[in-house]
Design a binder for this molecule. Structure first.
Ligand code: NA7
Length: 537
């Protein structure tokens, strides 16, 4: 089988990426009897969980929710150990899944898709890779990830720096020992906030270069209680269903009051309980965090107080307070001892807004007011989110139209899964779908199932191509933007808005209408005979 697979170059479906999305797409489409081929740029599978192996890397969605639901046997046999799974445990899980379902032979590793163009007469995608291979496929499934195209800001003089340079999203596979070193880190998003406490505990000195302070809530991570875990494992199907139908897919829906209806002491009590529970549920302990600025302010004030209580030096605490965007409009971070790390004598916080980086030097970094001597410099500076990985590939649809041109003013998709004039091209958790605002595994399964059922319907109807109608796409793009405008999200310069990439159009990328509502919309589209799609012979 491996050999036959290796020699073929024409497939029913080519699946790009071997993370959670690509793995399930391979499983599902092969199960339908399609000839499938996976391509993966990395040496091994895992996607996000292959690359992001920096110290402290963990999922901020709870492990019992962040796993596949397509196989009851798999659900029964895999036992998560902690409330929030470590990167290494998730990677072990994905390797287990791939081996259990014999998917590994379907994946070509160290192979990056570089070009994809639709051949009208053949009704197929013509594909080229960085290894010089040419392949063709009827269906092209982009499981390229939402946060997979890293961004490292250009720092003048970096080539002169004589110390070591690391990137959280491309961390070495071997252990890195910072003992005795003067370490600098740029970036205080989720990745920075997860690794800062661990690196501070090891290094001689850690300097954190912060541009924008972030809100972070304690994880209160712990080993899972065996009895509670067993109870949930015995109850997986209804639990999964409640997540799929919920607004966030992170926890079942629950009715909460508006922050503004509560008396101050009730509010405080509610916030304290959510803080004590840990995790991003703090966002959802009132109903209006993301839609009402006054409600959001109550939560901001509460978190500011927590930071002031934890951080002993009042000047440092003030520098850590996020002030210029509502809580939750940049991804809320989940940490272990992040703020307390600033109480260590070997940690310095530099506010880059007050004193920006001017240049790297042979010895370290120079800001506008001083020189920092460093042995290692870490970039935790994020990703070109949601569109970066797709637009890094030269994708051309009908008549040679380039995806990069079609998306010049921001991505345009129908349901975040397909694009007009790009027949038989599917994106798993693409822009315009709940994606990064959801539990990714749930959204991935929903998209793969949608695509698999659509291909099945095409076979039944004897049609060979599918693509969205431009009118349906335009209506969806407007709807995605309109819903975003009802929230506070556009007020932040976040990667959700494309604001972290110079020159990227400022457009809210994911769909914020809710995971359950989005699923319903997709079901309505199917029930109406794939409304908004053209299916052609
Ligand atoms: P993020 O959340 O995009 O964080 C990147 C951080 O890097 C953020 O604090 C940025 O500050 C900072 N940054 C970026 N460019 C610069 C420059 N030029 N100078 C200084 N600081 C800079 O990426 P993460 O990897 O932490 O997390 C990504 C997601 O992965 C996360 O949300 C989870 O969903 C998992 P800024 O805020 O732009 O001022």
């Amino acid at each position: 089988m491996t050999q036959v697979q290796a020699q073929r170059s024409d497939f029913d479906a080519l699946i790009v990426g071997a993370g959670f999305g690509g793995i399930y797409a391979l499983y599902r489409l092969r199960q339908m009897g399609l000839s499938v081929q996976g391509l993966e740029a990395a040496e091994d599978l895992g996607g996000t969980w292959y690359w992001n192996r920096y110290p402290g890397a963990r999922c901020d969605v709870e492990s019992m929710s962040y796993s596949y639901s397509f196989s009851p046997e798999l659900e029964r046999e895999w036992v998560w150990t902690e409330r929030y799974a470590k990167q290494s445990e998730i990677l072990r899980y994905l390797n287990h899944v791939v081996d259990r379902f014999a998917l590994r032979p379907l994946i070509r590793f160290r192979t990056r898709l570089t070009h994809a163009s639709w051949d009208e007469s053949a009704g197929r995608w013509m594909l080229r890779t960085d290894t010089g291979e040419s392949l063709t496929a009827r269906f092209l499934v982009m499981a390229t990830g939402c946060l997979s195209h890293p961004r490292v800001p250009p720092i003048p003089g970096l080539e002169d720096f004589e110390g070591r340079v690391y990137q959280t999203s491309q961390w070495p596979h071997e252990d890195v020992d910072f003992s005795g070193q003067r370490v600098g880190i740029i970036g205080t998003g989720s990745s920075g906030i997860q690794c800062i406490p661990l690196i501070a505990a090891q290094a001689a000195h850690l300097t954190v270069f912060q541009r924008t302070p972030n809100f972070s809530v304690p994880a209160h991570n712990a080993p899972l209680d065996p009895a509670a875990r067993r109870a949930l494992m015995d109850n997986y199907p209804p639990f999964r269903r409640s997540l799929r139908e919920s607004f966030t897919s992170l926890a079942p829906d629950s009715q909460q009051p508006s922050a503004l209806e509560l008396k101050p002491e009730e509010r405080e009590q509610r916030f304290r309980a959510a803080w004590a529970q840990g995790g991003i549920q703090l966002l959802f302990c009132i109903s209006d965090t993301i839609v009402s600025k006054p409600a959001n302010d109550t939560l901001v004030n509460f978190v500011h107080e927590r930071i002031r209580n934890i951080v002993q030096d009042p000047a440092v605490a003030e520098r850590l307070l996020p002030r210029d965007y509502p809580l939750g409009t940049k991804r809320l971070c989940v940490d272990t001892d992040y703020y307390a790390t600033y109480n260590r004598p070997n940690v310095t916080l530099v506010d880059l807004r007050a004193t920006p980086i001017v240049t790297a030097t042979r010895e370290g970094l120079r800001t506008s007011d001083r020189q920092f001597a460093l042995d290692s410099l870490i970039f935790a500076t994020g990703f070109d989110a949601m569109t970066g990985a797709l637009l890094a590939i030269d994708i051309r649809g009908r008549g040679g139209v380039r995806l990069a041109d079609e998306w010049r003013d921001g991505p345009r998709t129908y349901l975040g899964v397909s694009v007009a004039r790009f027949p038989n091209l599917f994106m798993i958790t693409g822009p315009g779908s709940p994606s990064v605002l959801s539990n990714m595994v749930i959204s991935i399964e929903q998209h793969v199932d949608f695509i698999a059922e659509l291909i099945t319907a095409m076979r039944e109807r004897g049609v060979s191509t599918v693509e969205p109608q431009s009118s349906a796409q335009e209506a969806w793009v407007s709807h995605v933007a309109d819903v975003a405008q009802t929230t506070l999200f556009p007020q932040a310069n976040s990667w959700y808005m494309g604001s972290n990439i110079p020159g990227k159009p400022r457009v809210f990328l994911p769909y914020v209408g809710g995971v359950g509502a989005y699923r319903k919309k997709c079901e309505e589209v199917v029930a109406a005979g794939y409304a908004g799609f053209d299916l052609r012979a």
